[in-house]
Design a protein around this ligand. Structure first.
Ligand SMILES: Cc1ncc(COP(=O)(O)O)c(C=O)c1O
Length: 463
């Protein structure tokens, strides 16, 4: 116990606030200390290896030891470790990276604004949309609509876009002017006998009604993740984005694609918007943009929004939105290398090949007695637990948490989500077929072990 008390993990818990942790529980059971990484694996301080089935936070797409990216960072640190892109200054590769991003964007984009995190990027989007509507003389058109259980970050504005109740509790969120519509989780939310298309239409109609009730002249934008990550890898039901975008066009409401998880190959195309036919006016990128080797995120906006911003800043005298370390040169060098490697190594081709094995193994769990449903696209997927497949009754929360821990004991890190009982997989994109098999073999053993415990200890359905 005393060794544990003096451990690196205990020191961390004693001095550092750990996001998403139960702070009280962490004082009793210190966090796992991750000390090294190689390929798709990370190693704890005792040298035990784990397949990182969720790529850290759905982000380390090139794994944990890509030398080409490390070299890009070191080279830039030596040449110019810091400069900014504010006032009348810029840095060597920032404009070039923006150009590369525009070239791969899922819809015509005009300009890029870099931030340090996905939350900051979505926060910035809220400000840009306000600025835009003020610029074009629509000062009332300011409300944002997001989805229940959508995740867009945790700053005040991005946390208000987020639709996860526990992330609002006691933070006094959402702020006024942020509204949430239906959760497009077909398996859980569709009415009995409702087809996917009909479910999508119902959600689009609900959005339409909300905009009409609020007043179309007050609703500025709608934001969505192409595939909802933190909600439990919720892939859109058939026809969903087509129907939603028709409603947005009807009411002149901007479409924001939050590509923080889906961007840079995760769904088998460069962006989730490519996979699902989304034509965003604005989009958010983070995570895979730099394989998370550096904190960098960004926003891409269309020409109509950029032109209005130019005119407005001419009138006001300044575009007064800036971060000291946005487009940080080391982060930019890393992101630029990542984008190059995506092309040079044909990462999309690799993802499409390996995802066949990934999805085959993932869906192979659908018949397991503990599993309600499975879903996935590209290299992102979820296995959703259910105490009863037919009634869709949920397990007590302890079950998914136990499964997550047993996976970890057996050398696999995955994520268990709160909105659904989904065990989420989003491994580094570089994963091989053999590693996919190893990952799901570990999961299969863990699932069977937890099934035995559920039967033995009576850990059952949620009360
Ligand atoms: C879809 C989505 N948007 C935004 C964010 C926020 O990004 P960050 O954690 O970098 O602030 C996340 C983080 O998980 C995310 O999944």
């Amino acid at each position: 116990m005393s060794a544990r008390k003096n451990s690196t993990g205990a020191r961390a818990a004693a001095n550092l606030i750990h996001g998403y942790g139960n702070l009280a529980a962490l004082e009793e059971a210190p966090p796992l200390v991750i000390a090294a990484g190689k390929g798709v694996r990370v190693f704890d301080e005792d040298g035990k290896g784990y397949i990182e089935g969720i790529a850290g936070m759905w982000c380390a797409s090139f794994g944990f030891s890509e030398e080409a990216i490390v070299e890009a960072a070191i080279g830039q640190l030596r040449r110019m470790p810091y400069y900014h892109t504010l006032f009348d200054k810029t840095t060597t590769q920032a404009g070039e990276l923006a150009e590369k991003l525009k070239a791969i964007a899922p819809a015509p984009m005009s300009h890029v604004y870099f931030t340090n995190s996905g939350s900051e990027a979505n926060d910035t989007i809220v400000k840009l949309v306000r600025y835009y509507n003020n610029a074009i003389g629509r000062p009332k058109k300011k409300k944002f609509i997001a989805r229940r259980f959508g995740f867009h970050g945790l700053t005040l504005a991005s946390g208000s876009l987020t639709g996860v109740p526990i992330m609002h509790t006691d933070f006094d969120l959402p702020l006024p002017g942020f509204l949430h519509v239906g959760f497009p989780h077909y398996w859980r939310e569709a009415a009995p006998g409702e087809s996917e298309e009909a479910f999508s239409q119902r959600l689009a109609d609900q959005l339409d009604r909300l905009i009409q009730v609020e007043g179309p002249d007050t609703v500025a934008a709608f934001i969505a993740e192409p595939v909802m990550g933190a909600a439990g890898v919720v892939v859109p039901p058939r026809g969903y984005f087509e129907k939603i975008q028709a409603v947005l066009r009807k009411h002149d409401v901007l479409m924001i694609a939050d590509e923080v998880i889906c961007g840079f190959g995760r769904t088998g195309n460069m962006f989730g918007s490519d996979t699902y036919g989304i034509a965003p006016d604005l989009m958010t990128m983070a995570k895979g943009l730099a394989s998370a080797y550096q904190p960098i995120a960004g926003v891409m906006i269309s020409e109509k929004i950029y032109r209005a911003m130019v005119e407005q800043s001419r009138r006001i005298g300044m575009f007064a939105q800036a971060f000291t370390t946005s487009a940080h040169p080391v982060a930019v060098a890393v992101a630029s290398k990542v984008v190059d490697l995506m092309h040079e190594r044909d990462m999309l081709g690799h993802v499409r090949r390996v995802s066949q094995r990934f999805l085959e193994r993932l869906h192979g769990f659908a018949g397991h007695p503990m599993v309600g449903t499975t879903r996935g696209v590209g290299l992102i997927g979820a296995i959703e637990l259910a105490a009863d497949k037919t009634t869709k009754e949920r397990f007590a929360p302890i079950v998914k948490e136990t499964l997550r821990r047993v996976c970890q004991e057996r050398g696999l890190i995955i994520r268990a989500t709160g909105a659904t009982d989904a065990m989420c997989f989003s491994p580094p994109l570089i994963i091989s077929e053999a590693e996919v098999d190893e990952m799901f073999d570990i999961f299969a053993g863990a699932l069977d072990e937890v099934a035995r415990r559920v039967a033995r200890d009576g850990l059952g359905a949620a009360a």
